[in-house]
Design a binder for this molecule. Structure first.
Ligand SMILES: Cc1cc2nc3c(=O)[nH]c(=O)nc-3n(C[C@H](O)[C@H](O)[C@H](O)COP(=O)(O)O)c2cc1C
Length: 395
C-alpha cells in the first residue's frame, strides 16, 4: 500500500468529506449532477480533448468553450468545430455568448433542431474591454430588460434542452447585479444559475466573494445556484457549499494542469478522503494522454501547439528546472513528454506548494470600459449591436 496520503493547505485543515445525504443532488433539466460539480467553460481550454481527459478522472458536468451565437447562426466553420463533440460525449454541454436575442434564438434553434446539444450555458461574465465597451459581456446584466430578453430567447429556442446562465457579481462595487440577474434568469425559465463571485472590475484578482454566492442562494429559491471562484482543492468545494448553502460548484483555473482535481472532488463528495497526489510519473502519463487527445482532435501540429500552454500549467510548482520547462515549450510530439521528464525522479509527489498556484488569468483590477452614457440608459432593452458581439474569450 502507498504510504503517500492526500495533502491539503492550512485553509482546509479542518474540512471533512461530505456526510451521507449532506448535499442533495442538484438537477439541470433531466441531468442529475452527482457530484454537484461543473467544469467552468474556458475559452481555448475546455475543448473536446480536455473535457474527455477530465471525464476520465470522474463525474461532473463538463462544459465546452464559449461559442459566439452570431458566428454559429452564420455558420462560421471555426465556431462549428468549437461546438462539436465526440460521439461518446454525453451530455453535450455548450456555452453560448450573445447580446442579440435574435441571433441567440437562431443559433440555439439550429443546435437543438439538429440534435447537436443536450445543455446550453449562457455567458454573461466576459470582461474583455472590446466587448464591455460596446455594452456586451459582463455589461449586459446591468441592463436587466435586455438581459431578460436574451435569457428568454435562449430558453424558448431551447425547448426541452435546459439553459443555465453564468454571470459575475456586477460591473463593480457600485453596480452589483447578481441578485437581480439571478431572479430574472429564474423567472425566465433558466434551469440553474452560476455566479463567478467577482465583479468585472476585479477581473481575476483578489479572492472570489463567496458571501455573494450565499446571497444569491437566498434570493434564487426554485432552481440550483452554483458558486464559482477559487476552488483549488476538493475541500474548497465543500467549504464553499457549507458556507453559502449553494447547490454545487463550478471549477475553473484549479483544474488547469491538474485534471485529477475532478477525481479528488468525486472522492470527497462520496464521503472519502481523496487519493494520494500524483507522482511525476503519473503527471507525465496524464500530460502524454492530454497531448495525444489534442493531437488526435486538432491534427498534428495545431494540437501540439495547443498543448504547450497546458504543459506550463502542469509544471507550475513542480521541482523541475528551467531546461525542462524550455524543452517542454518546444515539444512537437506526445512521445516527447516522457523523454523530457525522464531525468526527473519519477517518484516525487505533487508538492503542497503547487496546490494553490494560480494558473492562467490572474490580472486586475481594471476599470470597466462601458459605452458612453451607458449608465444613464440601464433600462434599455435594445441589443448593443454587432461590435458587442465579437468572438472573444473570457468570463
Ligand atoms: C483561460 C480562461 C478562459 C475563460 N473563458 C471563459 C468563457 O469562455 N466563458 C465563461 O463563462 N467564463 C470563462 N472564464 C471564466 C471561468 O469560467 C471562471 O468563471 C473563472 O475562471 C473563475 O473561476 P476559477 O476561480 O475557478 O478559475 C475563463 C477563465 C479562464 C482562466
Amino acid at each position: 500500500m502507498s504510504e503517500r496520503t492526500h495533502m491539503r493547505s492550512e485553509l482546509n485543515a479542518d474540512v471533512t468529506p461530505a456526510a451521507v445525504g449532506e448535499f442533495p443532488t442538484p438537477r439541470i433539466g433531466k441531468f442529475e449532477l452527482n457530484p454537484p460539480v461543473i467544469l467552468a467553460p474556458m475559452a481555448g481550454v475546455t475543448n473536446a480533448p480536455f473535457r474527455r481527459l477530465c471525464r476520465e478522472m470522474g463525474g461532473a458536468l463538463y462544459v465546452s468553450e464559449m461559442v459566439n451565437a452570431r458566428a454559429l447562426a452564420e455558420g462560421h466553420r471555426r465556431s462549428l468545430k468549437l461546438a462539436s463533440f465526440t460521439d461518446d460525449e454525453y451530455p453535450r454541454s455548450l456555452q453560448i455568448y450573445g447580446t442579440d436575442p435574435e441571433s441567440v434564438s437562431t443559433a440555439i434553434h439550429t443546435l437543438v433542431s439538429e440534435d447537436r446539444v443536450d445543455h446550453i450555458d449562457m455567458n454573461f461574465g466576459c470582461p474583455a474591454p472590446k466587448v464591455t465597451r460596446n455594452g456586451g459581456g459582463a455589461a449586459v446584466p446591468a441592463r436587466p430588460r435586455l438581459f431578460s430578453r436574451i435569457v428568454s430567447a435562449a430558453v424558448s429556442a431551447a425547448g426541452d434542452i435546459p439553459v443555465t446562465v453564468k454571470f459575475r457579481k456586477g460591473i463593480d462595487d457600485t453596480l452589483l447585479t447578481s441578485n437581480t440577474a439571478g431572479r430574472i434568469a429564474e423567472a425566465e425559465g433558466a434551469a440553474a444559475v452560476a455566479l463567478h463571485a467577482r465583479t468585472a472590475y476585479q477581473l481575476y484578482s483578489g479572492s472570489a466573494d463567496w458571501n455573494a454566492v450565499g446571497e444569491l442562494k437566498s434570493v434564487v429559491t426554485t432552481i440550483p445556484v452554483f458558486g464559482n471562484g477559487d476552488i483549488f482543492e476538493p475541500w474548497d468545494a465543500l467549504r464553499m457549499m457549507r458556507m453559502t448553502g449553494c447547490d454545487g460548484v463550478v471549477v475553473g483555473r484549479g483544474c488547469l494542469g491538474r485534471p485529477w482535481l475532478f477525481r479528488d472532488l468525486n472522492a470527497v463528495f462520496a464521503g472519502d478522503e481523496p487519493p494520494p497526489p500524483p507522482t511525476v510519473a503519473d503527471i507525465s502519463a496524464t500530460m502524454t494522454r492530454h497531448a495525444t487527445l489534442l493531437h488526435e482532435w486538432f491534427g498534428g501540429q495545431l494540437g501540439i501547439q495547443l498543448f504547450r500552454k497546458h504543459a506550463n500549467w502542469y509544471l507550475a510548482g513542480l521541482p523541475v528546472g528551467r531546461s525542462v520547462r524550455a524543452a517542454m515549450n518546444t515539444v512537437d510530439h506526445p512521445t516527447d513528454i516522457a523523454r523530457i521528464l525522464a531525468p526527473i525522479d519519477q517518484s516525487i509527489s505533487y508538492p503542497l506548494e503547487a496546490l494553490r498556484v494560480v494558473r492562467s488569468h490572474s490580472g486586475g483590477p481594471r476599470p470597466v470600459a462601458l459605452p458612453q452614457r451607458f449608465l444613464e440608459h440601464l433600462d434599455s432593452d435594445l441589443p448593443p449591436g454587432r461590435e458587442a458581439d465579437v468572438v472573444v474569450s473570457g468570463g
